[in-house]
Design a protein around this ligand. Structure first.
Ligand code: OAD
Length: 245
């Protein structure tokens, strides 16, 4: 066992599978950013322990009280603004230079791009993008906090965070591209996600069905662990650099 509790044989097998593959995909979740100081959603320290998603992250909540929702997003933007990528993000960015690699992320924090990844599908949106609820115009805005009410420069409509809320569908083009990447991957990495939120979690099983070798990296077991070929237990900021090297 290594100091983070991984069977060296399993790590070596996973490394060899990755090295031998051409097409690789990864699905990441909040856990990959935990070592950068970004809160996860579930677990004892998670955001959904302290806040009710339906009161803050749903279209109904925004309709009822847009200011409250913006206050919460401004608080989250403020927490994320100075966060930096960790060695896990950087290791995944390196995979782009050696493989045909697609990075599917549920995270809205923008840390994968900051680490240098380019082929990223942000399936739950970005906390650094806003969208007009009237004309649909999107814009990148890293101001934190955004003065309330944030108004569209084109039509003066109210801007909302360009993230996917509970009860909303994922962008169909992003989902189709994610499914295609998962389906053609020879190796799929599933990193720092509780694998509870669909359709995102389904992408990992899709890769499994279509023949990918599955590597899960997480500090805990998830509903996905029994179906993974290699379960590497520990912090992704330590394991990914060892796996990708
Ligand atoms: P969760 O908070 O549900 O899960 C985080 C996962 O990361 C857990 O399985 C932890 O065990 C694991 N973890 C924590 N620290 C880790 C570390 N250092 N290294 C590796 N793993 C670690 O976050 P997500 O799975 O991303 O949706 O949640 C999915 C979606 O639910 C989010 O995108 C968000 C949320 O509601 C939307 O906002 C639409």
């Amino acid at each position: 066992m290594s100091e983070i509790g991984i069977d060296p044989g399993l790590l070596e097998e996973a490394r060899a599978r990755l090295k031998g593959a051409v097409k690789v995909a990864a699905l990441t979740g909040a856990g990959i950013s935990a070592e950068s100081g970004v809160s996860t959603f579930r677990g004892s320290e998670g955001l959904w322990e302290k806040y009710r998603p339906e009161e803050l992250a749903s279209p109904e909540a925004f309709q009822r009280d847009p200011q409250l929702v913006w206050e919460w997003y401004n608080w989250r933007r403020g927490m994320m603004i100075d966060k930096m990528p960790n060695p896990g993000h950087l290791a995944l960015a390196n995979l782009e230079s050696t493989h045909d690699f697609t990075l599917i992320t549920q995270n809205v924090d923008g840390l994968h791009a900051l680490a240098g990844s380019r082929n990223i599908l942000e399936i739950h949106g970005s906390i650094w993008r806003v969208r007009c609820i009237d004309c649909g115009r999107q814009e990148v805005n890293r101001t934190a906090p955004l003065p309330y009410p944030p108004a569209c420069t084109q039509c003066d409509g109210l801007l909302r965070p360009d993230v996917v809320w509970f009860g909303e569908s994922l962008d169909s083009d992003l989902l189709a591209r994610s499914l295609a990447s998962a389906s053609r991957a020879e190796v799929m990495l599933v990193v720092g996600t509780s694998a509870l939120v669909h359709p995102a979690a389904g992408l990992a099983w899709q890769a499994r069905r279509t023949g990918a070798y599955l590597i899960e990296i997480n500090t805990e077991r998830t509903p996905f662990s029994d179906d993974a070929h290699a379960v590497l237990t520990g912090p992704s900021g330590q394991i990914l650099p060892q796996l990708i090297g």
